[in-house]
Design a protein around this ligand. Structure first.
Ligand code: NAD
Length: 426
């Protein structure tokens, strides 16, 4: 059966909801999104033709504040994937205790095959189709897979053109100087490493004696590698998707990869040039090699469904921690194996919550029209991430629960409370 991320998100929810004393109405409310939009986007291509793209936005739950979540450009994007990601956003905002709900968007497209002007028209078309359903007090998009600050400012510009005013709070991940927050670009990867350091401290392991293998080399992976390296850890392999070969590759160097030299030989979609990497002394390994490495730590930071019933068996016996930088990288079947092997897992909606946290800080700064230094933004990020990790870790320890289940217990409890306060359920 084909992998369905929304079925997986519901399965994870159902498992923990069954252990909590939730009413039938609360369960029914929380296991489905509150609103789903599917739109057709006609876009004039550079050759004069018009192509129709499908776009999505899903608002899972906004009982705690406006919805918040990225918009992905992804070939074959489906409504169900966006529903899953919106659901995880609700739990993410709750677990790090920021006053926002869960949303997510996507467009079925491959930006690698679109010119910049076509991408701009696509961004503007998505806003024209959905502007009445998003906004600073409704739902605030942000960058995600294959979208960046440039896409966000085009979207903001279209929204402000329609509403004839300045609305910096409608979108986050904007360029610095145009309403963006310093530290937003680094936030998700740095947050991953904040939770990883907390886990290592709790396990009494010195980060300087550890090695890691990372899946992906995009925004999350790059800054996770950067911070992990600064703290003394050694990344021995990173990986990326090669669209030309339709295959992924791991780039390995036992003495440690140099992320700056790899970035210098990557394209705008963080695909690393294989030939140049070999010249620099890297082993280039096709397929799922990232998961087989003999390391202490695995950081999946690419996509959902990467550690599944098949690939989980390839995790090396030395691995002690998995820090989920990506959303939904591990399936429930793989969770069972990870649990039985005693590998410590930092679940996605805790581990990668740094992005939404600094997005929230960006909204706060836009509201004040007063911007913080990078140091201030990143210090506040660490405070939030460390506190969230500690809450989940303490609950997991006291209940002898798997970290993912403990994170769900906290997040569901927080969201249930706000829904009950509004009489949305009994
Ligand atoms: P990105 O587009 O910047 O990078 C994605 C990376 O994954 C690229 O290097 C790509 O080559 C690689 N990749 C894709 N398929 C692969 C495969 N099969 N094997 C190996 N590598 C593969 O995206 P990103 O923003 O870094 O997001 C990565 C993950 O983190 C996604 O799951 C996203 O939803 C999640 N996330 C992102 C943010 C954020 O702030 N950007 C926040 C929270 C969670």
């Amino acid at each position: 059966m084909a992998f369905n991320p929304f079925t997986m998100a519901q399965e994870q929810f159902d498992k923990v909801a069954a252990q909590l004393d939730l009413s039938a109405s609360l369960r029914s409310l929380l296991r489905e999104p509150m609103r789903e939009y599917t739109v057709s986007l006609p876009v004039r291509m550079d050759d004069g033709s018009v192509r129709i793209f499908r776009g999505f936005r899903v608002q899972h739950n906004d009982s705690r504040g406006p919805c918040k979540g990225g918009i992905r450009f992804f070939p074959g994007e489906t409504l169900d994937t966006v529903k899953a990601l919106a659901t995880w956003m609700t739990w993410k905002c709750a677990v790090v205790d920021i006053p926002l709900g869960g949303g997510k968007g996507g467009i079925d497209c491959d930006p690698r095959t679109l010119s910049l002007t076509e991408q701009e028209r696509l961004c503007r078309a998505w806003i024209r189709a959905l502007h009445q359903d998003i906004g600073p007090v409704r739902d605030v998009p942000a960058p995600d897979v294959m979208t960046n600050a440039q896409h966000m400012i085009w979207m903001l510009d279209e929204y402000e053109t329609i509403y004839h005013g300045k609305y910096p709070g409608v979108i986050t991940g904007k360029p610095v100087g145009s309403g963006g927050s310093l530290g937003r670009t680094e936030a998700t990867g740095y947050g991953v490493i904040c939770t990883l350091s907390s886990a290592l401290q709790a396990m009494k392991i010195d980060i300087a004696n550890t090695t890691a293998s990372v899946q992906g080399f995009g925004n999350v992976a790059y800054y996770a590698c950067e911070r992990y390296g600064k703290l003394g850890g050694k990344v021995i392999s990173v990986s990326c998707w090669d669209n030309k070969d339709q295959c992924s590759y791991a780039f390995k160097r036992q003495s440690g990869v140099n992320i700056r030299e790899l970035r210098d030989i990557s394209d705008a979609f963080s695909t690393i040039d294989k030939k140049k990497a070999i010249e620099l002394g890297y082993e280039v390994l096709p397929g799922e090699a990232w998961i087989e490495q003999e390391v202490d730590i695995l950081i999946p930071a690419a996509l959902e469904n990467q550690i599944n019933a098949q690939t989980v068996a390839h995790i090396h016996p030395k691995v002690r921690i998995i820090a989920e930088g990506a959303n939904g990288p591990t399936t429930p079947e793989a969770d069972e194996v990870i649990k039985s092997r005693g590998i410590f897992l930092i679940p996605d909606f805790l581990c990668n919550a740094g992005g939404v946290t600094v997005s929230y800080f960006e909204q706060v700064q836009c509201n004040m029209n007063y911007f913080w230094s990078k140091r201030e933004a990143l210090e506040k990020l660490d405070e939030k991430m460390a506190a969230a990790f500690r809450n989940v870790y303490d609950l997991a320890t006291s209940k002898n629960a798997y970290m993912r289940d403990a994170a769900y217990m906290i997040a569901i409890g927080v969201v249930a409370k706000s829904c009950l306060a509004r009489s949305w359920a009994t």
